[in-house]
Design a protein around this ligand. Structure first.
Ligand SMILES: [Mg+2]
Length: 295
């Protein structure tokens, strides 16, 4: 699909996107139906920051496929990976004391490691609760559960900071899991397929940290966030334009609006393309009004 030329928007765009069910098709994991919009964003120099429950290994692979060289946010906001040299001249604004270095990336972590989630799950298993998680599975088993090719499943298992589980209990046992997670200083977040047990970080906190770096030159950005599940709600609330991609759970996401909210008619990457055509046409970002201006 061709994106028509449009007048320039008032503020430079900055895009944060969920992956599964949003930029990636829920079943095929393809992003190709959004290729035209991604190409137009690249042509305009708009950063597209992946912000999902996926791991570093999974996102590195996707970034290569998409020819995306921007920072990315892994495991529901657990850590931001910034390519070395991406923000030249920022110096102390990057909070060097809080950064780790890994290969070509600087990493900012936001919460407890995965081991804390695994400790709690081990206790619950001893108490007799029924569940399975990524820690229990080989790449072959995860491949079957999530309908993923084996090599993708292997990348999904390389987790630093969160544990996705399939909880087998009733709603009372789920309530108990929530209580135990709270008591342990952990969060429980429902994603598209799995419940994620993780530290007290979220996609919005990581978005906020990264947006400040992008705005360190003094130019406010118009941030656009796209998501399809309740675990995207905080990210959508934190952005100037919230795109709710149609999914089984999208009706339960209610960002403040309506002037800053786009709800797509189509799911997954087709919805991503549909919404981005509106955004590239100036929706929500043309006039310097709204939340971004008061920050
Ligand atoms: Mg999703």
């Amino acid at each position: 699909m061709q994106v028509a030329p449009v007048p320039p928007v008032a503020r430079p765009l900055l895009v944060f996107t969920d992956l599964d069910g949003t930029l990636l098709d829920h079943d095929t994991y393809s992003w190709k139906p959004a290729a035209a919009a991604l190409e137009e964003l690249r042509r305009r120099g708009v950063p597209v920051v992946l912000n999902s429950s996926k791991t570093k290994a999974e996102q590195l692979c996707l970034r290569r496929e998409m020819e995306n060289s921007h920072p990315f946010i892994v495991e529901n906001g657990a850590a931001v990976y910034v390519p070395e040299g991406y923000f030249p001249g920022l110096g102390d604004r990057l909070e060097p004391g809080k950064l780790e270095r890994e290969g070509d990336f600087l990493i900012r972590r936001f919460g407890a490691p995965r081991s804390k989630a695994l400790e709690l799950l081990a206790e619950l298993r001893q108490e007799g609760y029924q569940f399975e998680g990524f820690h229990d599975w080989t790449p072959e088993q995860l491949s079957e559960v999530a309908s993923l090719p084996r090599e993708r499943a292997a990348r999904a298992l390389e987790r630093c900071c969160s544990e996705p589980v399939l909880w087998r209990g009733d709603s009372a046992s789920l309530h108990y899991l929530q209580e135990r997670a709270d008591a342990a200083g952990l969060r429980l977040v429902q994603g598209g397929r799995f419940l994620h047990l993780m530290g007290r970080f979220d996609k919005a906190e990581a978005l906020g940290w990264l947006r400040e770096l992008y705005e360190a030159d003094g130019r406010p950005r118009c941030t656009v966030a796209l998501g399809d599940s309740p675990n995207d709600a905080a990210m959508l609330d934190a952005a100037d334009v919230a795109v709710v991609i149609r999914s089984r759970r999208s009706n339960s996401i209610q960002p403040d609006g309506p002037e800053r909210v786009i709800r797509t008619a189509q799911p997954g990457p087709k919805g991503w393309q549909e919404a981005m055509e509106q955004v590239l046409g100036g929706y929500g970002c043309r006039e310097p009004a709204g939340r971004g201006e008061t920050e």
